[in-house]
Design a protein around this ligand. Structure first.
Ligand SMILES: [Fe+2]
Ligand SMILES: [Fe+2]
Length: 166
């Protein structure tokens, strides 16, 4: 694919991902307001945007076998931890945006736990991964180590009974 077309397709993929997720969040909000009909509309369109995202993703031909995908996933986490969020943090600090600074801090701490899990996944067999306890804090997205008895999230203090198991 020619460079400029590719840039637009990358942009289209990103927009569809964003539209997909925004529609899902709008559906959640509509449900919370008791507007289940509207929630259904948002969910249907979210599903459609996901189809577009997949089509553009496949056009970009960036998905490989799972071993390479795992390396890519780890690389993305490390980039966010080492470059993307520190840069966000520097700007937010410069501008005194306290809520943004807190959100960025939580995201970095959570991404570190994702990177650790991916690092572990590289070393373990799929059989071992099936046994691996995986819980995510719904407050901040941190991975909670299943082998430890924890009462709350170490990043955002969400109680352990709200952790989501996978
Ligand atoms: Fe992550
Ligand atoms: Fe948390």
């Amino acid at each position: 694919m020619k460079k400029m077309t590719r840039e637009y397709i990358v942009n289209a993929f990103q927009r569809e991902c964003e539209n997909h997720f925004r529609s899902l969040l709008f559906a959640e909000k509509a449900e919370a307001e008791g507007k289940t009909g509207l929630a259904r509309i948002f969910k249907a369109v979210a599903f459609a945007e996901r189809i577009h995202a997949r089509i553009f993703f496949e056009l970009l031909d960036v998905s490989c076998g799972s071993d390479k995908n795992l390396m890519k996933a780890l690389e993305v986490e490390n980039f966010d931890i080492e470059e993307h969020y520190p840069a966000c943090d520097a700007v937010a600090k410069l501008q005194g945006e306290r809520r943004a600074i807190e959100s960025i801090h939580r995201a970095i701490e959570a991404e570190k736990t994702h990177a650790l899990l991916y690092g572990e996944a590289k070393e373990l067999t799929d059989e071992s991964l099936r046994q691996r306890a995986v819980s995510i804090c719904p407050g901040c997205g941190s991975l909670i180590n299943g082998d430890e008895e924890v009462k709350e999230c170490f990043v955002c203090f969400t109680p352990a009974d709200r952790f989501v198991k996978f």
